[in-house]
Design a protein around this ligand. Sequence first.
Ligand SMILES: Nc1ncnc2c1ncn2[C@@H]1O[C@H](COP(=O)(O)OP(=O)(O)OP(=O)(O)O)[C@@H](O)[C@H]1O
Ligand SMILES: [Mg+2]
Length: 511
Amino acid sequence: MPSVLARVVTFTIDGIDPLPVWVEVDIRPGLPAFRIVGLADAAVRESRERVHAAILNSGFDFPARRITANLAPAHVRKVGPGFDAALAVGVLAASGQCPIEALERWAVFGELSLTGTLRGCPGVLAVAQGARRTGVAGLVVARERAPEAALVEGLEVAAVDDLRGLAAVLDGGDVPPPPPAAPSAGVARHEQPDLADVRGHEMPLRALEIAAAGGHNLLLEGPPGSGKTMLARRLPGLLPPLSRDEALEVTRIHSVAGAAHRGGLASARPFRAPHHTISPAGLVGGGRPPAPGEATLAHHGVLFLDELSEFSRPTLEALRQPVEDGEIVIVRGQQALRLPTRFMLVAATNPCPCGFAGSDRPCRCGELELMRHRRRLSGPLLDRIDLLVTVTRPSAAALAAAPCTSSEAVRERVLAARERQRARLAGTAARTNAQLDARLLRAHVRIGADARRALAQAYDRGGLSARGHDRVLRMARTVADLADRDAVGLEDVLHALALRAREGGDEAVAA
Ligand SMILES: Nc1ncnc2c1ncn2[C@@H]1O[C@H](COP(=O)(O)OP(=O)(O)OP(=O)(O)O)[C@@H](O)[C@H]1O
Ligand SMILES: [Mg+2]
């Protein structure tokens, strides 16, 4: 008997991107054997046992001949258990138990249990996007992950429970539609914490609004219990809602990382608050195979580093490139993997190890401790943070008073300011003032004569570095956008200078 070859399309995930993989199954006479070749990792090699059992337990025959499954292209590393479905279908088609022509129409993806149940795997949305690009008409996936695949337009999705259901679809049976997505995942907007919970804190609230409006990174410094974490958690609720494209990207990233959005589209901007013991690879991505880190999980949202001075130096160093470039490039061998990292960075820290320097309680730290603390905080990362804000303990009167504002009111002003930026920066690579480099600043920021003079004076006094000069201009542009002004005025520059006026900071306004 001649050999029969079946070819099934499935996908592997590289970082957060889908790569098509063709599973070619060849069955020929010979001693019974089942081999998988083509740069497969351990999970894929284990597939053999699952596929064998699943086929038999679903009532099909497992051919007692020589079976070779090749995963092509050979140079792509295949990772994870998502190949089970394709391998099983390949064996069924090559042994005449399912029509080979159907394999041109359908891509398949999922893990099989020994009983033949089809399980969803991380990254279904990415796989569906890949299937759409590859040009197959449809994708068969596990029912529980089918709503995620259905987010991709122009792709038919079959939601099946097991290998029998999968074979029935390929046989030309009815296509079981995906169940409706569960109410959208993440924290819905109305569940997000509100600024109305914050008492007092006029300056920090204003800073939070400016940061949200211009997309600026922010450092909150203050004694324990003064409300730094509380403020940071309220930032995502001030940002504009995710566009559909952004929501798809966020959902795809979180799906690959195994945090499924209960089948729905992400509705809230991510807020990631990794613990300070996190490793560099955990923060920016890496490992084997490379997986997205917290910086990528925070893409389009907020990355919050609480207790900034406790993070290790290498961890903070690793964050420089993603903060600067909006992406992280992980190089392995000949290939470079790019992961998006466009987040707003919010950091919080105590002013000193005991936490009370500069507050109304005495600081118990020694000179040396203070110096070490400062050194930890200074440096390249701090240079990429626009706003430095001191958070003081709210007074008893403030705690008892009515709230200053609500998230909704601030969000409205933020949206208007973002709209102004969008219009002004149309046709450039930047979308927010925070993304303005020196060239864009010169080209797109008009500044009044007296404002320019004030900025020049601050610079000449030596309080500003060249980078600090641009930073003040960026922030002043945002202050002006919030006030609906076309040109940056004197008050905007003074306001921006004050937002960096931190003890020891390089931009303190000299008296
Ligand atoms: N301005 C405020 N208005 C209302 N409640 C506040 C305010 N500041 C602090 N609180 C209350 O104190 C709690 C602790 O605040 P939070 O955790 O934000 O402090 P922190 O500055 O992050 O402290 P630490 O330095 O110890 O991390 C909050 O959950 C909140 O209940
Ligand atoms: Mg805190």
